[in-house]
Design a protein around this ligand. Structure first.
Ligand SMILES: NC(=O)c1ccc[n+]([C@@H]2O[C@H](COP(=O)([O-])OP(=O)(O)OC[C@H]3O[C@@H](n4cnc5c(N)ncnc54)[C@H](OP(=O)(O)O)[C@@H]3O)[C@@H](O)[C@H]2O)c1
Length: 235
């Protein structure tokens, strides 16, 4: 059990069944944090860490988000709550050809899901006298990628949401970070029309390392925004 200040810290990680969320959850478990793995695919969550509790949850369903947070709260009532929102959906291609369902899914998961998880966890954080939220956004929150309209719009919306949340709750001991990685080699890229060279991308472990650093960082500072890019920059 890792300790932040004098309080034990527990971490809820969404998107923990794959990619960045999986690598972050594994690195946090390795660093001795209690971690609740959140995602829709139970088998994927179990593969991430057999020893950690799981919550099968669609983050676009607010009731399911509340149940996941309640599960963590029951397990680790007296801890310092941390939320890492890594669940995400991406479908790249010309906007006029994008199925409406894919537009809807990206907005639902990337924007609404992030908001729903934050909405579900904040009452616990306020009651605990503090907490930390790390929203995994993207370089696409600020950079224009043709073919990534629904993705970029959802991530830009999530960035503004994250900035407002940081301002709204910073006086109450809640640290909020917008983490914006560049291209990262994960299953997100499988089947996409646009494929940068994987060898040029960040590894999921590199992004996970940044997440662990943020969780470990002393409470006397807040990283409001972190743009983490592969050495070659925008790919
Ligand atoms: N890969 C990149 O280049 C890159 C760059 C910058 C930012 N990001 C962001 O990083 C985050 C993680 O992406 P990744 O690259 O690790 O992708 P990934 O490997 O495809 O993982 C996506 C994760 O999101 C979960 N998820 C999707 N829809 C969900 C829903 N409705 N409810 C709950 N969980 C859901 C998936 O789990 P289930 O299928 O089990 O639900 C999976 O664990 C995303 O927010 C992505 O936008 C990625």
């Amino acid at each position: 059990m890792a300790i932040i200040g004098l309080m034990k810290a527990s971490v809820i990680v969404t998107g923990a069944s794959s990619g960045i969320g999986r690598a972050a959850a594994q690195a946090l478990v390795e660093a001795d944090y209690d971690v609740l793995l959140v995602g829709r695919r139970e088998a994927g969550l179990r593969e991430t860490s057999g020893a950690s509790p799981i919550a099968v949850c669609d983050v676009s369903d607010f009731s399911a988000c509340c149940r996941a947070v309640e599960q963590a709260r029951e397990l680790w009532r007296d801890s310092h709550p941390v939320l890492v929102n890594s669940a995400g959906a991406a479908a790249f291609g010309p906007f006029h050809e994008t199925p409406v369902e894919q537009i809807e899914e990206q907005v639902k998961v990337n924007l609404l899901g992030t908001m729903f998880m934050c909405r579900a966890v904040l009452p616990w954080m306020l009651e605990a006298g503090g907490g930390q939220i790390i929203n995994v956004l993207s370089i696409a929150s600020t950079h224009v990628f043709p073919g990534g309209s629904a993705y970029g719009a959802s991530k830009a919306g999530a960035l503004m949401f994250t900035r407002i949340l940081a301002a709204e709750y910073r006086g109450q001991g809640i640290r909020v970070t917008a983490l914006m990685p560049g291209s990262t080699a994960t299953p997100l890229w499988e089947g996409q029309a646009f494929q940068p060279d994987r060898a040029d991308m960040l590894s999921a472990e590199a992004v996970a390392g940044a997440i662990v650093d943020l969780v470990k960082s002393p409470k006397d500072r807040n990283v409001d925004e972190l743009l983490l890019m592969p050495p070659k920059g925008v790919l």
